[in-house]
Design a binder for this molecule. Structure first.
Ligand code: AMP
Length: 413
C-alpha cells in the first residue's frame, strides 16, 4: 500500500511539472485558453474532470474549436481501452506520435496567455467609489441604453473603461443611483464589473469594465461570433447560467435577461449587464408598484407579463429565450409574429417557440424546461448550469465518435 502511494505521488509530481497539466482548470477555462492565440490545432492540456475529480480530461484545440476526451482511470489510464498507459506522461507521448483516433495528434502544450482585461484599473474599495471625472476621456459612443449614452473612455489616459451616462432630462436619477448601488454589491466573473461612479456633479456616470466585443446579439449576428461553433455557443450559455446562479443565490431578479444585455470580451468571455431593472427581492418574488415599467414581451414569462410577478423563475423563462437567441446567432424570438400573437402563444400549453434548425435536441429540451407554465416547475439556474456543463463536458467526450460530424458530436448526451 505504502509503495503504491509513493508511486502515485511520484507520478503526480512528474505530471505537475508538465507544461500541459492544468489540474484545476475548468472545462470553460480550458476552452478559453486553448482558443486564444498562440494556441493552434493540436495544442492541448490535461485537467481533472469536474464531474469526477479522480478522473482526467484531455482538451485539444481543433479547427477553432475545442474537443474534450475523457481519460478513464481504472488501474491504468486510457481514452480508448485498446491503448492503456501507466501514466499521463506515457499517454501524452503516445498521442504525440500519431492521432491514433483523436481528431488530431497532440502538438504543443497549451500556452495560457490570459491577461486580465482590467489591469491597472482603479481598485475600488467599499466606500471609495467616487471616481475623479477629470481622469476620464470620453471617446466613441458604444450604444444607448435605458438611461442614456454609453461611451468608451480612457481612465488616466491608459485604461479602457465604459462610461454610462444619465440623460440630463432623465427623471430617473434615483433609479440610476440605485443601479450603481446595486452593482457595487454584486461581484462575479460573469457579471459586468463596476469600477466606480461620478455622482458629485451632473451628468452622472457609471464607470464599468469595457468589453471589446460589445453586446452578444450584435456579436453573434454581425461580429466575430458568427463563426462560433456549437461548443463555444454552449460555453457562452453556461457562463450566463453561472452568472445568473450567482444572482439567484443573492435573490436578485434581473427582469431583462436577453442577448442585448450580455457583453462579450476577449475569447468569448461573457458578462451579464444592465441591472437597471433588477430588484433585490425580499421574498422570492417581486411585483413592480407602478404600471409604467416597459416590459420586453418576447423575453418575459407569462406570470410576469400578465400578472407582474417577477422572480428568478421568470428570469429562467427569459434564459430559455436567450438560449434561442444564442443558438440562432441573434435571431429575434418569435420571428414574423406581432407582440399580440406572441402574447397568445406564451399563454398556450405547448413550448412557445419551435426548435430552431441549428438547435440540437438536448439544448431544446433545456429550453423547454425553462418554458414550463408553472414557474415552480422550471429548473433553477444552478440546475441549468449543471445541465449545460454536461452537454459538452462528457457529451462530446467519446473516443468512438471522435471523427463524427462536429455538431452531432458536441451534443450527444
Ligand atoms: P446599456 O445601457 O447597458 O444597455 O448599453 C447599451 C449598449 O452599449 C450595449 O448594448 C453595448 O453595445 C454597449 N455597451 C454598454 N456597456 C458596455 C461595456 N461595458 N463595454 C462595451 N460595450 C458596452
Amino acid at each position: 500500500m505504502w509503495g503504491y502511494e509513493v508511486a502515485e505521488n511520484f507520478l503526480f509530481m512528474q505530471v505537475t511539472f508538465c507544461r500541459w497539466y492544468y489540474g484545476d482548470a475548468t472545462r470553460r477555462e480550458a476552452e478559453n485558453w486553448l482558443l486564444s492565440t498562440p494556441n493552434n490545432d493540436g495544442s492541448f492540456l490535461i485537467r481533472k474532470s469536474q464531474l469526477d475529480y479522480e478522473q482526467y480530461a484531455l482538451s485539444i484545440h481543433f479547427r477553432d474549436d475545442v474537443r474534450h476526451y475523457r481519460i478513464v482511470k481504472k488501474g491504468d489510464l486510457f481514452i480508448n481501452p485498446s491503448h492503456r498507459f501507466g501514466s499521463l506522461l506515457e499517454l501524452v507521448e503516445f498521442y504525440q506520435e500519431a492521432a491514433n483516433g483523436l481528431v488530431v495528434k497532440l502538438a504543443s502544450p497549451c500556452i495560457n496567455v490570459q491577461v486580465p482585461q482590467t489591469s491597472g484599473v482603479p481598485q475600488v474599495v467599499a466606500d471609495e467609489w467616487e471616481i475623479e471625472r477629470n481622469f476620464l476621456e470620453l471617446g466613441e459612443v458604444l450604444g444607448e441604453g435605458n438611461f442614456g449614452k454609453v461611451y468608451k473612455a480612457l481612465w488616466k489616459g491608459k485604461v479602457e473603461v465604459a462610461v454610462k451616462t444619465l440623460k440630463t432630462d432623465n427623471m430617473d436619477k434615483a433609479e440610476f443611483l440605485t443601479e450603481a448601488q446595486r452593482m457595487k454589491e454584486i461581484r462575479h466573473h460573469n457579471l459586468v464589473r463596476l469600477y466606480g461612479v461620478c455622482t458629485r456633479n451632473q451628468p452622472f456616470y457609471i464607470v464599468t469594465e469595457y468589453l471589446c466585443n460589445g453586446n452578444l446579439k450584435v456579436y453573434l449576428s454581425e461580429g466575430a461570433g458568427k463563426e462560433c461553433g456549437q461548443v463555444t455557443l454552449t460555453n457562452i450559455s453556461t457562463q450566463i447560467a453561472e452568472g445568473m446562479t450567482y444572482l439567484e443565490e443573492k435573490k436578485y431578479v434581473h427582469r431583462d435577461l436577453a442577448a442585448r444585455n450580455i457583453l462579450v470580451g476577449r475569447n468569448n468571455e461573457c458578462r451579464i449587464a444592465d441591472f437597471g431593472l433588477s430588484r433585490l427581492t425580499q421574498d422570492d418574488e417581486y411585483s413592480p408598484k407602478g404600471s409604467g415599467a416597459k416590459i420586453p414581451t418576447r423575453w418575459t414569462a407569462p406570470e410576469a407579463l400578465f400578472n407582474h410577478k417577477f422572480s428568478s423563475k421568470s428570469d429562467v423563462w427569459s434564459f430559455g429565450i436567450l438560449l434561442h437567441e444564442i443558438i440562432s446567432k441573434g435571431e429575434i424570438p418569435y420571428p414574423g409574429m406581432t407582440k399580440d400573437e406572441v402574447k397568445k402563444v406564451i399563454r398556450g400549453p405547448g413550448p412557445p417557440m419551435r426548435q430552431h434548425p441549428n438547435c440540437p435536441d438536448r439544448f431544446y429540451e433545456i429550453m423547454q424546461m425553462c418554458w414550463r407554465q408553472d414557474p415552480k416547475e422550471r429548473p433553477t439556474f444552478y440546475q441549468l448550469q449543471c445541465d449545460l456543463d454536461q452537454i459538452t463536458d462528457y457529451g462530446q467526450v467519446s473516443y468512438e465518435n471522435a471523427d463524427a460530424d462536429r455538431t452531432n458530436q458536441a451534443f450527444q448526451p
